[in-house]
Design a protein around this ligand. Sequence first.
Ligand SMILES: CC(C)(COP(=O)(O)OP(=O)(O)OC[C@H]1O[C@@H](n2cnc3c(N)ncnc32)[C@H](O)[C@@H]1OP(=O)(O)O)[C@@H](O)C(=O)NCCC(=O)NCCS
Length: 193
Amino acid sequence: MARSSNHMPEVQFRRLEEGDLPLMKRWLEDPDVAPWYGSDSTEHAALRAEYGDKIRGERRDRSFIIQIDGGDAGYIQCYVIDDHADYARQMRVDQGAVGIDLFIGERWARNRGYGAVVIRAFLEQIVFGKLQAEVAIIAPDPGNARAIRAYEKIGFTWRKTVHIVDEESAANTGAEYVMRLTCEDFRSRDHVS
Ligand SMILES: CC(C)(COP(=O)(O)OP(=O)(O)OC[C@H]1O[C@@H](n2cnc3c(N)ncnc32)[C@H](O)[C@@H]1OP(=O)(O)O)[C@@H](O)C(=O)NCCC(=O)NCCS
């Protein structure tokens, strides 16, 4: 498995735009991403339907392209779980908790320790920063050992495994390994990895 030197990448987040959809398609079809990041279809129309309202800012959900050392490298989104009533009812997590989903789409940026760096920056700037959430939730597939390890490095801990039924999206149905991190615990950790 490729590991980096001690390079600490520079991470930035820019808002997802309509012009990013072809890039999203390529990333979502990557065989190292597709098994772990649900997507009903990667056809342009389907991606427009899925991401259009986020791009237009019609929801409180926030969607960003992850930039690593100045290059587009992946996608990250966050949302107040209570805004998604059906999901919230099944998840039963803290009121006001913010959920995070992501993938690193570029092969060169995976398995180098960058995922943990990206999420730490996202928590600092967006989730515990701008949104002032008290609790962050991340819920990988229970079989996604790499993601679970990356999230544990940041301080997320397993709370429960929930089987989610999404009647609108087959891709978002399945077991979720629910991991939780409070702002207080995040801030009290020494984030040198
Ligand atoms: C999950 C993801 C964000 C993690 O980012 P990353 O930069 O690749 O991960 P990191 O290198 O920071 O950390 C991965 C850790 O898992 C370990 N790991 C890698 N493959 C593993 C495996 N098969 N089993 C167990 N651990 C594994 C690595 O050794 C590393 O731990 P270490 O630093 O203690 O050695 C990224 O790999 C990704 O986007 N994957 C594809 C889509 C996906 O799974 N998205 C997440 C949906 S919840």
